[in-house]
Design a protein around this ligand. Structure first.
Ligand SMILES: [Zn+2]
Length: 269
């Protein structure tokens, strides 16, 4: 171990021992967040450590008059670190800010057509992730996800999945895979499922995976990550190859964790 990682280890232990998330607050958030109910007590303890460090590393800032309470910050942190529970917080390095709007926020992005005509389109968003920049969330949407488990929907998981995707420099639906994973298998599984979804959406056939996933490969990865953590039964049933690839990337198996109880009975919107 070199001196820098030794010092970093000391710093981490200091934060965890001196500034842990207060027990009652942590318990209140975990009890509320349906997303976290299936975790074992060991996993919850590890999640609490990661959430504690996350709160030290990131600035969670309310805008448009929103005051971010400790409970709100912990609720965001606890869900944000679930995707990296088995990967580590270093997967979230290179940026520091989480900006929270009271509700959906309007953004306008400029796009130019092949003739050079620049147009500006405005959209209402519940979340947004910037390359090497902030994660932006609508508290109204985060709070809605906290109220119960909505199969296929979790704005925090969605935006932080984008962050993982962007780790190799752009959002293209492929985060940096682990050495034991095959790029070909990943591409085959995800692009086949993505193409089928796109065709079904184009023909206006009903789809079990939210049609928004057909927007582009980056949105596909973010949306299937939402299913992976909130509705693993739906994802594994409809896209088993995709589910398998995500178990390898996230190093988690939410379906096994869930067990036979609480299978989502509702179709995803
Ligand atoms: Zn997205």
């Amino acid at each position: 171990m070199n001196i820098i990682s030794w010092l970093e280890g000391l710093r981490v232990r200091y934060i965890l021992s001196r500034h842990p998330i207060e027990h009652a607050l942590w318990k209140a958030v975990v009890n509320k967040a349906g997303l976290l109910h299936d975790l074992s007590s060991v996993e919850k303890a590890h999640l609490r450590e990661l959430a504690t460090l996350f709160l030290h590393q990131k600035a969670i800032t309310g805008v448009r008059g929103l005051e971010v309470t400790d409970e709100m910050a912990v609720a965001i942190a606890a869900q944000a670190v679930l995707p990296v529970l088995k990967l580590g917080l270093e997967y979230y390095t290179g940026w520091v800010e989480v900006i929270v709007y009271p509700g959906a926020f309007r953004v306008s992005h400029e796009a130019s057509d092949p003739n050079g005509l620049v147009s500006s389109e405005a959209h209402d968003l519940s979340g947004e992730s910037w390359l090497r920049g902030p994660v932006i969330l609508s508290w109204e949407d985060v709070a809605h996800d906290l109220e119960g488990l909505h199969p296929g929907h979790n704005v925090v998981i969605h935006e932080f999945a984008h962050k993982l995707d962007m780790l190799n420099g752009r959002a293209n639906g492929m985060p940096p895979l682990h050495p034991n994973m095959e790029i070909e298998q990943w591409t085959q599984a995800l692009s086949t499922a993505f193409d089928i979804l796109q065709q079904n959406v184009a023909h206006q056939y009903p789809t079990r995976i939210n049609a928004y996933a057909a927007t582009n490969p980056a949105e596909y990865f973010a949306v299937i990550s939402e299913y992976f953590f909130t509705a693993p039964d739906i994802l594994s049933q409809h896209c088993p190859d995709v589910y398998l690839q995500l178990t390898q990337f996230y190093r988690q198996d939410p379906l096994r964790r869930r067990g036979p109880k609480n299978m989502s009975a509702q179709p995803a919107p």
